[in-house]
Write a protein that binds this ligand. Structure first.
Ligand SMILES: [Zn+2]
Ligand SMILES: [Zn+2]
Length: 152
């Protein structure tokens, strides 16, 4: 993920390919699966200190389902193109922050394990996709009010 600026200045376009692991990333919601993210692209020298960075990221990310919290894998393919400016005194161009930004701005806001996920029981927390709990049968039963009902 690190490129020596000196070497970059000698070439017009440099192709690259590297894998980012989940442990390399801090600011994203999802979690990469064990294969990590494959980042494939080029760095092109535009002018002194300015590089055009273009890449695609291919990966499987795991998000908790928004309704039942079940870990849900999502296949992601993101494109990124931007100009990266490097200060005079920097010797290394590190693409990891750029990769992280690309994932951060693209990752899905709300993931469902399936369109018709039944979610969790609001009373007992049971996952209703796997089994029905008894809570429904009692309607709005709440043990805290049972004593009051007996008084009526
Ligand atoms: Zn779900
Ligand atoms: Zn329940």
């Amino acid at each position: 993920m690190n490129f020596e600026i000196n070497k970059l200045l000698q070439e017009k376009i440099i192709p690259f390919e590297f894998v980012v692991k989940n442990t390399d990333l801090n600011d994203i919601e999802g979690e990469l699966d064990e294969h990590g993210a494959l980042v494939c692209g080029t760095i092109e020298k535009l002018s002194k200190g300015n590089f055009l960075v273009t890449f695609t990221i291919e990966m499987t990310m795991i998000f908790p389902c928004a309704r039942c919290l079940e870990p849900t894998p999502i296949d992601c393919l993101y494109d990124y193109t931007d100009t990266v400016t490097v200060e005079d005194d920097e010797a290394i161009l590190d693409l990891l922050p750029v990769v992280e930004e690309c994932i951060y701005i693209n990752e899905p806001f709300r993931v469902l394990c399936s369109e018709d996920c039944a979610g969790l029981c609001p009373k007992c927390g049971n996952n209703l996709n796997h089994e029905q709990c008894e809570c429904d049968k009692f309607g709005d039963y709440d043990p805290r009010f049972e004593a009051l009902k007996n008084l009526l």
